[in-house]
Design a binder for this molecule. Structure first.
Ligand code: OGA
Ligand code: NI
Length: 337
């Protein structure tokens, strides 16, 4: 019998349920890593430059990296250690948290949506809700023992950073600083710890297949040694994002694409795996409040520019997102006018 999670199990061969058909494989040799997504230094005293750089990155890539972001290196290292320790726990211990119900506020799962998908992905993940902290910390894992303190501290810091970035993004769209934040309401915050074990046949499968993030803004802490994140460029080619020990990778989610009336894109990205080393990543997802209505404000649309998407609540969107498989069309397509 196959255990429910990958981590802690040994595989000498890729099980057939993970093998993608020929036309749907990562073609790793065709992925470029010579270029990179823009790197924005948040300690730049010229705030207008930061806003310009972020605007440029959002228009051209939907992705950027930030350095001097204010979250200490020590805390970042501690979070990555906690992630490794968590996935190194005995399988029986981890399975107590297992669930494939996306509405659970704490759950360990595997692949993406195991009950909806035909082919599985080479990933385990722990997904937790993080805001408000007082409400959710009590239900977080007790092991490793530093989990709650370290992750709690990290969540506070990253939320502050995310809100600052949303202000800059708002300004880069020529909106008031607080327009986006006001529109998103009291934002939820979710975090995942992704664990991609070393994979016997990395050319035949994905850690996560191409997808866009359904939330507003994602702040990703990548493994500092092992690469795997790839972003789709405007020309259709895939670019590998090399690990940068001091940077977070930030990307626009579907909700900012919708409220910017498509000016900023929620870009396709994926995680690939490798034969030698396990990789971890820790994305933080800022999510509109459930009842926030997402609509492009008039101020963002030029004269006579129609709204591309109909208004919807985030609750409606999120439900639709999780009812699908990952590598289908962009979920926003279903909300076009
Ligand atoms: C995600 C994601 C990329 C990575 O969890 O949504 O895109 O590198 N992760 O793990
Ligand atoms: Ni993603």
């Amino acid at each position: 019998m196959q255990a429910k999670v990958l981590s802690g199990n040994q595989f000498s061969k890729l099980p057939s349920s993970y093998i993608r058909r020929e036309s749907d494989r990562p073609r790793l040799s065709q992925v470029s890593d010579s270029n990179n997504i823009p790197l924005v230094d948040l300690s730049n005293p010229h705030k207008t430059q930061i806003v310009e750089q972020i605007g440029h990155a959002c228009r051209e890539y939907g992705f950027f990296q930030v350095v001097n972001h204010g979250v200490s290196r020590k805390l970042v290292d501690q979070v990555l250690n906690v992630a490794h320790e968590f996935f190194n726990l005995p399988v029986e211990e981890k399975l107590k948290l297992y669930s494939d119900d996306p509405s659970k506020t704490v759950r360990l799962s595997t692949s993406f949506n195991v009950n909806k998908e035909n082919v599985h992905n080479w990933r385990d993940y722990l997904r937790i809700h993080c805001y408000p902290l007082d409400k959710f910390v009590p239900e977080w894992p007790n092991a490793p023992s530093s989990f709650k303190d370290t992750v709690g501290e990290y969540c506070k810091e990253v939320r502050g950073l995310g809100l600052r970035l949303q202000e800059a993004i708002s300004e880069s769209l020529n909106l008031e600083k607080d327009t986006i934040i006001n529109m998103l309401g009291e934002q939820g915050q979710h975090m995942a710890m992704n664990y991609y074990p070393a994979c016997p046949e990395p050319d035949l499968t994905y850690g996560l297949p191409a997808h866009t993030d359904p939330n507003a803004l994602t702040i990703l802490l990548q493994d500092q040694q092992v690469s795997g994140l790839q972003v789709k460029l405007k020309d259709g080619k895939w670019l590998a994002i090399k690990p940068h020990p001091d940077a977070f990778v930030v990307n626009i989610g579907d909700q900012i694409q919708a409220l910017s009336n498509g000016k900023y894109k929620s870009v396709w990205h994926r995680a690939v795996v490798n034969a030698d080393r396990a990789r971890v990543s820790v994305p933080t997802f800022l999510c509109p409040s459930e009842n926030a209505t997402i609509n492009a404000p008039g101020a963002i649309r030029g004269e006579g520019e129609p709204a591309i998407y109909r208004g919807f609540t985030y609750a409606e969107y999120y439900q639709k997102f999780w009812s699908r498989n990952l590598d289908q069309e962009h979920c926003l397509e279903l909300f076009k006018k």
